[in-house]
Ligand binder design. Structure first.
Ligand SMILES: C[S@@+](CC[C@H](N)C(=O)[O-])C[C@H]1O[C@@H](n2cnc3c(N)ncnc32)[C@H](O)[C@@H]1O
Length: 357
């Protein structure tokens, strides 16, 4: 909702000066009534044209804060909550790595802070779609960009695919660079991003490079753009050979052994390490696989590769895994196979989160 900031702050300040708890609470009830709609708004909280700045905030946040004030038993507590609300409506306090206003932290109920992510539905809004086999759900980059980057900062995704990360960058006004080895997938990503730009038209730079992330000199690429470093890295490599993406021998999905896969992944880690700012984050999204009946912990192997480079492990997130279309049609068969073969059907993948020391 959009409110008239000075009006509401002035009203709250006046209530703060009241002597009687009852008068304060009646005042809060009045504010709530006025906020219901223009029709009931006698004070002008919703009249954003009349004198003063506007404030865009979540309705639930404001209502919950007002409700909390009403539930208090003592005048001191009531005044404390009023003061907290005034601060939340008038001041901004952000940390070094994101734009989250800590004075209004309760407003960010969309940001996940626990390590088990059960996401029911893929965000299919606008140009997002599940069409590119092997793309991740947009909620993954969306969560991390909001938490680990500020507006106008730079993000690098060295396994771009169809461009999910860059779409989210555009929506959240972050600049983004993506590298993808397949020309045809680069073209697909460009088309999708052009459409996205048409829809949202945010003023950010989006750069797509058709290249091999195991070989690219990232420092040079940044110089071409006119920047020295990036503030967030997100990597969603092939899960070894589960999906064969192309015939290119440096495509990580074409490596013959797990050692080769980790070697090439390590090369991407090495070449991107120096361009990430100190104290900033790297997210690696990956799942495990079975090979000849044996569970291969690809996730933990890749995690070890990152740790070898000196990153600090910040979190291991377990995320539910959408069933692939193929498996969905053969649910019964897979269940039978699992019972006979003594194995479990994959329903989760990992997101490892690291911080550069
Ligand atoms: C799991 S997909 C990433 C999907 C992406 N997150 C999305 O949402 O579309 C991995 C991608 O990495 C690409 N890839 C594999 N090896 C690569 C390399 N050496 N350099 C750059 N891209 C590579 C593949 O072609 C594939 O598109």
């Amino acid at each position: 909702m959009i409110i008239n900031q000075p009006k509401i702050i002035e009203t709250l300040n006046n209530l703060y000066l009241e002597e009687k708890l009852e008068d304060i609470k009646n005042g809060i009830i009045k504010i709530k009534k006025n906020l219901v709609s223009f029709k009931y708004d006698k004070v002008g909280f919703l009249n954003i044209d009349s004198n003063g700045q506007t404030l865009n905030l979540k309705k639930d946040y404001l209502y919950n804060e007002l409700e909390q004030i009403l539930e208090t038993k003592t005048k001191e507590r009531t005044k404390y909550y009023i003061q907290r609300l005034i601060k939340g409506l008038s001041k901004t306090k952000t940390g070094k790595i994101n734009d989250i206003n800590l004075y209004r932290w309760k407003e960010y109920d969309d940001i996940i802070t626990n390590s088990l992510w059960i996401l029911d539905k893929r965000d299919n809004s606008g140009v997002h779609s599940a069409e590119y086999w092997g793309n991740f759900i947009p909620q993954i980059p969306n969560q991390f960009l909001k938490r680990y980057t500020k507006k106008d900062e730079w993000v690098l995704d060295p396994f771009l695919g169809c461009g999910t990360t860059l779409i989210e960058c555009q929506r959240l006004e972050r600049n983004g660079i993506g590298v993808e080895i397949q020309k045809k997938v680069v073209n697909l990503a460009k088309n999708i991003l052009d459409k996205e730009k048409g829809l949202f038209n945010k003023d950010v730079i989006t750069k797509i490079i058709n290249g091999d992330s195991t070989k690219i000199d990232f420092q040079e690429e940044l110089i071409k753009i006119g920047i020295k470093s990036v503030q967030f890295l997100i990597m969603h490599p092939p899960y070894w050979n589960i999906i064969k993406f192309s015939d290119d021998e440096n495509d990580l999905s074409n490596t013959k052994t797990i050692e080769d896969f980790l070697f090439l992944f390590g090369k991407v880690l090495d070449s991107t390490y120096s361009i990430l700012d100190k104290g900033r984050y790297l997210a690696v999204v990956i799942g495990d696989k079975y090979n000849k009946g044996e569970w291969i912990p690809l996730g933990f192997y890749t995690m070890q590769e990152v740790l070898k480079r000196g990153y600090k492990l910040k979190s291991i997130i377990v995320k539910n895994f959408e069933e692939t279309k193929g498996k969905m049609n053969q649910k019964e068969l897979w269940r039978y196979r699992a019972l006979v073969g003594g194995f479990y059907i994959f329903k989760h993948e990992y997101i490892f989160l690291f911080k550069k020391r």
